[in-house]
Design a protein around this ligand. Sequence first.
Ligand SMILES: Nc1nc2c(ncn2[C@@H]2O[C@H](COP(=O)(O)OP(=O)(O)OP(=O)(O)O)[C@@H](O)[C@H]2O)c(=O)[nH]1
Ligand SMILES: [Mg+2]
Length: 437
Amino acid sequence: MSTPYNEALAGTLIDRSIREKIVLVAVARPGDTDAEVEASLDELSLLVDTAGADEVARMVQRRDAPDHTTYIGKGKAEELKQLCLAVDADTVVFDNELAPAQQFNLEKLLGRTAIDRTAVILDIFGQNAHTQEGKAQVELALLRYRLPRLRRGADAKLSQQRGGVGARFGGGETKIEVDRRRIMRRINKLERDLAALAETRALQRQGRSRSGLASVAIVGYTNAGKSTLLNCLTESGVLVEDRLFATLDPTTRRLALPGGEPVLLSDTVGFIKRLPHGLVESFKGTLEVAALADYLVHVVDASSPDPDGQIEAVRTVLGDIEAAAVPELLVFNKADVDAEAAERLVSCHPGSVAVSGATGAGVDVLLRTIADRLRVLTVVYDLFIPYDRGDILAAVHREGEVVSIGDGETAWTVRARLSDASAGRLEEFVVDEGVNL
Ligand SMILES: Nc1nc2c(ncn2[C@@H]2O[C@H](COP(=O)(O)OP(=O)(O)OP(=O)(O)O)[C@@H](O)[C@H]2O)c(=O)[nH]1
Ligand SMILES: [Mg+2]
């Protein structure tokens, strides 16, 4: 792709030489329990830390509905200003999504940058994108986020003086029309480039499906241990890090399952609660891996405080990317950390398995389970292969699982499990399909 990452325009890279001091703010709605609000703030704190800044204080307000102008109430906003002064905060991060106008009003009132959870996630993605496609996807998401936030006027100085995570998402901007045009042009260019990449990938996929291999995608909440599991399964050395969103670019490896059938196993970008919609939209290309897979291995961190909430969040994103219909195996990982929790989760989710990607415990059962499930997904066919077509018999062995071979007068009679793709290619030799054994 010809588009280099335009850092000046998207402006994602965090200045790690300073660690900004951050105040976290959440508005609790009716129905949100205190524990849920705190857990969400804990996660936001981890996100802020991953982005390279430190939480120094947090504030929660209960409200029926957000305030139109400042999200929190006027009195609370004043209190927040005093808190910021007391702890010398650089930036305020809201756990709720701020409308551009609310962000602008808050910044004016607080005299410092105010951003939301979406901006922090975008910033982390900006730091972690390595391939050209990943960078283009992140840049596109950032620009779509920034466009409605470009502002003319008196606060322009505010965000220009400040460094760090807040400034890049702040409302202030001069030369607004010029910038808006530049950003729109850039968005168009990125959309075109990404569309071209999607076409290339579709061609590659056709090539792969000709290979007849089933594809399995590892999906799951960020930091659940997806890359660790891929490594453990394929010893492929994919980047593993105790950080959120370490993996942004999908990696695909061949994996031999017990019984011999190889499959293509892909790592994917992690999901999170309230993943910004713009980001999901921009990452559609990458997330296609999950939507087009034959089977999903859904990895869950069994030692996390809220595994079921994470499962739900992942399924929400899977729905957004039209992957909800792909069959899924729940895998409770990090069983070495909390064996009891893993056992309890497995008994609550029939058909799931517990593993430790770190120690390898349970991985043999996992591989057998994947092999069994994939076998169920394939269909048994009867084929009639002339003796002079040894190449076809070899293809059936390679692509499927031969159940039996009989010797006829002029041909082999073969019963084999085949994927749809293989069966399509071998159509002229198939005499009976969909036999259920
Ligand atoms: N104790 C223990 N730690 C694990 C296990 N699996 C992964 N980890 C750790 O959990 C952290 C996250 O692992 P990753 O494999 O990078 O997780 P991921 O799901 O790929 O994360 P993202 O790509 O950031 O979404 C790392 O510090 C791993 O070492 C496990 O089974 N047991
Ligand atoms: Mg990863």
